[in-house]
Design a protein around this ligand. Structure first.
Ligand SMILES: O=C(CO)[C@@H](O)[C@H](O)[C@H](O)[C@H](O)COP(=O)(O)O
Ligand SMILES: [Zn+2]
Length: 197
C-alpha cells in the first residue's frame, strides 16, 4: 500500500473508532464532567495519571484546567502526577514502579478530590494501585479505559465512572481518549462559566 493510502486508512480507522465510541461513552463523559464540576465547586482538585501516551494525555488535561482551554477564565486546580522526575525515579528506585502514582496520591489526595486514571488496557499495575490509593483517600475515580476495562474496571466503586472506549487498538483508544478529554474540558467550562455555542 502506498503512503497516502495508508494515511487515509488510519484516518478512517480513527473516525470509525470515534463513531463507535460516541454511541457508548457519551453518557459516561457527561457523568464524569458532573463529578469534576462538583469537586471543583467544593474546593476539590483533580489529580491525573497514565503511562506513555496516556501520561501525555494526563498532562494535556491538567494543563487545560490549570491554564486555559478555549476561553479566558480563572485557573482550575488540577495536577498531573507524571511530571516530577525526582519523585518518579526515587519511588521507582526505592520501592517499585507500581507505586509511582499511589505514593503521590497518598500524600496529596484529599476526600472529595477526583483522580483521572488513564489506561488503554485497564491493566497497568501503577494505575491500579493509584485507584486503590484514591479510594483510601476517599477520592472519586474517573477511569478512562479501553478493551474490556481490565483490572481497573473491577476495582471501581458505584460512585466512580468508567469511560471505556470500545476496541482493541491502543492508538485508536488513545485518539478517542483525547476527544473525551476535550469534551470534559468543554463541559466543565460551560458549567462553571456559562455556555458558549
Ligand atoms: O502511546 C503509546 C502507544 O500509542 C504507548 O506509549 C503506550 O501509552 C504505552 O505502551 C503504555 O505503557 C500503555 O499502557 P496502558 O495504556 O495499557 O496503561
Ligand atoms: Zn501513542
Amino acid at each position: 500500500m502506498d503512503m497516502q493510502s495508508r494515511i487515509r486508512q488510519l484516518f478512517l480507522a480513527s473516525i470509525e473508532a470515534k463513531q463507535q465510541a460516541m454511541e457508548v461513552i457519551t453518557p459516561h463523559i457527561a457523568q464524569a464532567s458532573e463529578i469534576m464540576v462538583h469537586a471543583l465547586l467544593n474546593e476539590g482538585k483533580i489529580l491525573t495519571c497514565g503511562n506513555g501516551g496516556s501520561a501525555g494525555d494526563a498532562q494535556h488535561f491538567s494543563s487545560e484546567l490549570l491554564n486555559r482551554f478555549e476561553r479566558e477564565r480563572p485557573s482550575l486546580p488540577a495536577m498531573a502526577l507524571t511530571t516530577d522526575s525526582s519523585t518518579l525515579t526515587s519511588i521507582a528506585n526505592d520501592y517499585s514502579y507500581n507505586e509511582v502514582f499511589s505514593k503521590q496520591i497518598r500524600a496529596l489526595g484529599q476526600p472529595g478530590d477526583v483522580l483521572l486514571a488513564i489506561s488503554t488496557s485497564g491493566n497497568s499495575a501503577n494505575i491500579i494501585q493509584a485507584i486503590q490509593a484514591a479510594h483510601d483517600r476517599e477520592m472519586v475515580v474517573i477511569a478512562l479505559t479501553g478493551r474490556d476495562g481490565g483490572g481497573m474496571a473491577s476495582l471501581l466503586l458505584p460512585e466512580d465512572v468508567e469511560i471505556r472506549v470500545p476496541g482493541s487498538s491502543t492508538a485508536r483508544i488513545q485518539e478517542v481518549h483525547m476527544l473525551a478529554i476535550h469534551c470534559l474540558c468543554d463541559l466543565i467550562d460551560n458549567h462553571l462559566f456559562g455556555s458558549e455555542e
